[in-house]
Design a protein around this ligand. Structure first.
Ligand code: AMP
Length: 270
């Protein structure tokens, strides 16, 4: 396994690499990331994992500062998995060149996280564009857990790059909570609270599968959950998985949620 600390290292290492699989991460590795990495190891000849906490996608400075960083532990996980390359770039290196054309989301895409985290996806798309340009992978492995991110990155990269995005299922803990680096910042009580909220939504979906007026019932559910668990729910909406339009029935749709527990923001889709 080679640790690549700068673009020279990267160019040298990838000079001859073909059928390269790329797993972009912000570190704080967990079984969700590991599932993506294992898939890349299985499908590609060589696998590169990046660890880069991208400052431009954080609309809140404290969130950026607080974000879990543990390179030592992450590197030992990646060694055990036998990945070929770890790329640990610096902020300066990634942002060496200014963008010529600014990334701008369409009005219809400014929903869910794009509405509530100003500039977030512009930052994500920018860094994914830069990383893809540097690495030129055959496949990029990304999680369904960040469904809107997946949708927007796919849409943008398709126009500029040849890399194929491979969608990987969300990995959950035994209480159905989606694994997330941010879970490391929660205490036991809040972890339990988070998993109860997700479990309630899973049950809600089962119970209302045949109903036709879901967004109205979801508005009531949002109020009920906020009050009962004493949490701030930023959004709770049923949207079509392809068009992202608000939907009133479960067919081809998912419930999207963002909520805060002790200032830690969690997202999921069910
Ligand atoms: P992050 O380090 O949070 O930026 O995530 C890096 C990649 O891992 C993204 O493509 C995420 O969608 C994916 N990911 C994060 N959590 C999970 C999970 N619980 N299951 C599957 N993929 C995940």
């Amino acid at each position: 396994m080679k640790i690549l600390l700068n673009n020279n290292d990267l160019n040298e290492a990838l000079y001859k690499a073909s059928n390269l699989g790329f797993v972009p991460t912000m570190g704080g590795l967990h079984k969700g990331h590991i599932s993506l990495i294992k898939r890349s190891l299985k499908e590609c000849k060589k696998t590169i994992v990046s660890i880069f906490v991208n400052p431009t996608q954080f609309n809140d400075k404290n969130d950026y500062k607080r974000y879990p960083r543990n390179n030592k532990k992450d590197i030992s996980i990646l060694k055990r998995l036998n990945v070929d390359f770890i790329y640990l770039p610096t902020v300066n290196e990634i942002y060496l060149h200014k963008r010529i054309t600014k990334i701008k989301l369409n009005k219809k895409d400014r929903i869910l996280c794009a509405k509530h985290r100003k500039g977030h996806f512009e930052g994500v798309i920018d860094v994914m564009d830069r990383l893809t340009k540097l690495i030129r992978p055959k496949k990029i492995f990304m999680g369904e857990k960040d469904f809107q991110q997946l949708y927007l990155v796919k849409k943008f990269l398709k126009k500029k790059h040849l890399s194929k995005i491979i969608v990987c299922k969300t990995i959950r803990d035994k209480n159905k909570l989606a694994l997330s680096s941010r879970n490391f910042l929660l205490n036991k009580t809040n972890l339990l609270k988070a998993s109860r909220i997700i479990e309630e939504l899973i049950q809600f979906k089962k119970k209302n599968n045949q109903n036709n007026n879901i967004n109205h019932i979801l508005t009531l559910k949002k109020k009920e959950l906020s009050k009962f668990y004493n949490v701030k729910i930023e959004y709770l909406e049923l949207r079509n998985m392809n068009s992202f339009k608000l939907s009133n029935k479960f067919q081809n749709s998912k419930i999207f949620i963002a909520f805060y527990l002790n200032r830690i923001r969690l997202i999921d889709n069910i």
